[in-house]
Design a protein around this ligand. Structure first.
Ligand SMILES: Nc1nc2c(c(=O)[nH]1)N[C@H]1C(S)=C(S)[C@@H](COP(=O)(O)O)O[C@H]1N2
Ligand SMILES: [Mo]
Length: 187
């Protein structure tokens, strides 16, 4: 049976929902989830910004494909994280978005799923281990410095790893930092 996964591995949250490593706050909670794991995900009313397919549970409505508009994605709970964005902006940026882990939980990605194949609007694609979502605060960013991101400017969705907050190998994690993300396949 398709049950929700991983959790707890690395994300030992503080009482206030943020994640701390040796006392350092990695991110701040902006809004609590309005959609919890196990809830049926509402069908999109607005433009679909993200599609997730593959090894999903019944939250995907049986056909194994979940389409999210921006409001539904953000209803999974927003957090804010200040990141050293050398890859794109070349400076520190405050990103807002949804923890990848929350999406995987809401979509009920199966415990046996190992890899998330992520595809961008420019056809760039990369494989991200499912385990990353529990090991690091990986964001699906929906805003940079408070603003929506246009397609021309890495948007509307960007995967953000906590560069500058945790010692991440750039060779490994920069290629996983996909912008213009629109499609995730769990396999
Ligand atoms: N949508 C999209 N995201 C992407 C890429 C891309 O080509 N398209 N390149 C990836 C790679 S391989 C790296 S190392 C980093 C930085 O890419 P850059 O050095 O080409 O700016 O972004 C990643 N995210
Ligand atoms: Mo790269």
């Amino acid at each position: 049976m398709a049950t929700a996964l991983l959790l707890t591995a690395g994300l030992a949250g503080c009482a206030n929902g943020s994640l701390a490593v040796t006392g350092q706050i990695l991110y701040r909670t902006i809004s609590d989830p309005a959609i919890a794991p196990g809830d049926v995900i509402p069908r999109p009313q607005g433009d679909v910004v993200l599609t997730i397919s593959g090894r999903l549970g019944p939250a995907a409505g049986g056909d194994g494909v979940l389409e999210l508009d921006m409001a539904t994605l953000e209803a999974l709970g927003l957090v804010e994280m200040q990141v050293d964005d050398q890859i794109a902006e070349g400076r520190t940026v405050v990103f807002q978005g949804v923890l990848l882990l929350r999406l995987l939980e809401a979509a009920q990605v199966e415990a046996g799923a190992r890899v998330l194949t992520m595809t961008a609007l420019n056809d760039y694609a990369v494989e991200i281990p499912v385990a990353d979502a529990a090991s690091y605060p990986v964001l699906i960013a929906t805003r940079a410095d408070g603003e929506r991101m246009s397609v021309e400017h890495y948007g509307p969705l960007r995967i953000i790893y906590p560069f500058g907050l945790l010692p991440l190998s750039r060779a490994t994690f920069e290629p996983r930092s996909i912008w213009q993300l629109y499609l995730i396949r769990a396999g």
